[in-house]
Design a protein around this ligand. Sequence first.
Ligand code: C2E
Ligand code: CA
Ligand code: CA
Length: 633
Amino acid sequence: MLKDSKASAKSFEQLQEQGYIRYEDLPLQTKNGKRRDVEFVSNLYEEGDQQVIQCNIRDITERKAAEELIRQRDQLLQGVFDSVSSEIVLLDADGVITHVSSSWERFALENEAAVERIGIGMNYLDVCPRGVAKDPSATRALEGILAVMEGKLPGFLLEYPCHSATEQRWFKMQVDPRPREVGGAVITHSDITESKLAGERIAHEAFHDALTGLPNRSLFVEHLHQAIAYAERHENYLFAVLFLDLDRFKTINDSLGHAVGDQFLVRIGRKLESVLRPEDAIARIGGDEFTILLNDIGSIRDATRVANRINREFIQPFSLAEQQVFTTASIGITLSKLGYSSTEEVLRDADTAMYRAKSRGGGRYEVFDPSMQASVMALLKLEADLRLAIEREEFCLHYQPIVSLENNRITGFEALVRWWHPERGLVFPDEFIPVAEETGLIVPIGKWVLREACRQVRTWQDAARDNMPLSVSVNLSGKEFSQTGLIAQVSNVLEETGLAARSLELEITESAVMENSKSASAMLGQLKGLGVKLQIDDFGTGYSSLSNLHNFPVDVLKIDRSFVNRMGPGDKNSEIVQTIVQLGHNLGMEVTAEGVETAEQLNRLRALGCEYAQGYHFSKPVDGELAERQIVH
Ligand code: C2E
Ligand code: CA
Ligand code: CA
């Protein structure tokens, strides 16, 4: 067996020294050439004075093969372990570590603070809590591992933060049981910092406005929800919601550009934050719309005080792009006293009150009361109906004569629009023109009015006796006046209808002219260039400066009826009328008095040298047929 004689001698020495020799891994070849592994054990003992060597040879081929298989499997397992990015530790049923992935080594090194170096053969249950003693997550982790190992939990998951001197990282620990026959557990650790941060970022973005960084509607609704719930349980707790919309933000955006508009909104956001207490909540919920939740206030006065404070703060201009930009805000307020149960109701009512503040000129607040809701509904209906009215051509014109005070003859008519509402009958412009202005529907309505008025007057001119020089006055709203296509539109209509330009007079209110005062003189100049006459309507109600007025190529000042029909002998209104007449004449303009209701007013106007008059004293606005009779007969 031991063919090598040198080796045999060495073995014998060893045998004598140790009393036995054991060889494993002795390859043997069988007769038919197959390889077998054998274990060879020889023992030396004495029998009497004889030394006896007993040799046992055992075929261990099968055992070796089984061990090799286990080794290979282990290697494979380790390979898999080491290739995944998670850190894996295998525990046996007693908590002793049987496998550790190589990434664990890296992990343990990088996170010394959190875990001691963990190696095969150590008991995890002993090692782990020592390494992370100060960390409360460690206790939970350990409890989780034990519960899984004892079969009380099917698995266990824990996300926990790990602080180092420079950063905070997040880890996820997952504990799964190993097969029951083996026992123990598989612990997987992974670094989830990146996905955690991404998650936080997404959560932040979902609840904040990207431009101003303020909370958005979703987050505000969340706060509001809590406030409502609290109010339901605590009778004395009161909160208010302010709905704020900037006045004229569109003008700022259009004239200074969107980049400046954006900056402006950011500054507004900061300013609003500065007037609030830490317990209040603010959000930007739309373009130029902000909401504020005032928590736990004493009374309505606390809310109105904040609203006033905001508009006071806005008096200070914002300097942006070397410009001084002003704004005011329309603010609607509603109070929890009304017993809200949903966030939508709160926001809807605050919005309604804001709308009321806006329609009263902006730069102010209104406190919601339930009657406002009805008027808002009516307004929405009106707007919807108005859209249909354009398609269905439900408008008509009434005409009110304008009389020359020199000869008492009708020189022309003012065209005044009316709406034949299918359910409500005749609707007057005071009700729908403001809505039409706000929604832009005034543009198509105005186009129709202009064409119809010109067409009508042209036919009257043809029918009238002695070809009397009849003119027609058409009202232009501020929005129509600032519209770029206006010049082309007027000249097209004149051409289509064949009306001479000098027969058309355009009435523009004093406030519309002053609001657009920069572009107004250019626009008026171009209209004048077409040959039409220009009037300033409702004069005395706006804020013209004399220097401006001087620059505008206007033919007629039309004194507002509020001065005319309240004129009494020697009173303030008579003086105002007298001043306007003189002013017009000094600027080379003619003057029309509107709203003349009595002969007395007429006489006074005549004495003041006013050129034209219009009013119920002569005729109310009448339909085309009646108006025609006034000139033909
Ligand atoms: P406005 O331009 O000041 O029109 C004169 C208004 O005074 C008319 O009211 C007319 O009926 C009324 N009125 C005339 N004489 C008297 C009087 O002696 N006493 C009193 N108390 N009132 C008198 P209306 O027709 O209801 O029009 C109201 C306003 O609607 C107009 O005021 C004008 O601003 C606007 N409007 C009317 N038609 C149009 C239009 O086609 N386009 C535009 N943009 N606005 C229009
Ligand atoms: Ca008018
Ligand atoms: Ca007027």
